[in-house]
Design a protein around this ligand. Structure first.
Ligand SMILES: [Zn+2]
Length: 143
């Protein structure tokens, strides 16, 4: 016997501590740290519990357990199933492309003369195609 707690009372508490996981009070823990007899009782109870668990055959779960677990996992009416998340980046990419186009167009219009930026159609025709004119027909030939 050591401290304020009696060894006889400690045995009951140790049984509940090992069997059901009930917590010990600070005074009981202090007694356990200082009393070798109670430490030996604790080791014996833990060894008995372990031996009983090993000797007990594993039982298959009851057939209804699967349905109970699945029912608990199903969403209720108040909690609808989650919809898949929508991807945000295609919309953001489209918005960025539209904004870039609008800014480019605004810059072209603000520069005063859009025609100064665009190439002269006559130069384009001269550089890309040779145009033959004969007998009232135009015949384009790729350069
Ligand atoms: Zn004791």
């Amino acid at each position: 016997m050591a401290g304020l707690t009696d060894c006889g009372i400690m045995t009951e508490h140790l049984d509940a501590y090992v069997a059901r996981g009930e917590a010990l009070t600070a005074a009981q823990e202090a007694h356990l740290r200082s009393c070798e007899a109670c430490q030996a009782d604790l080791r014996l109870l833990q060894a008995l519990q372990e031996a009983l668990l090993e000797a007990t055959p594993a039982a298959p779960p009851p057939p209804a357990l699967r349905e109970v677990i699945l029912a608990a996992a199903r969403p209720t009416a108040a909690e609808p199933a989650r919809t898949p998340r929508r991807r945000w980046w295609p919309a953001a990419l489209s918005a960025a492309a539209a904004l870039t186009g609008a800014l480019t167009l605004a810059a072209l219009l603000q520069s005063g003369s859009t025609l100064a930026v665009l190439p002269d159609p006559a130069v384009v025709v001269k550089t890309c195609c040779a145009v033959e004119v004969g007998a009232g027909r135009f015949k384009g030939v790729a350069a």
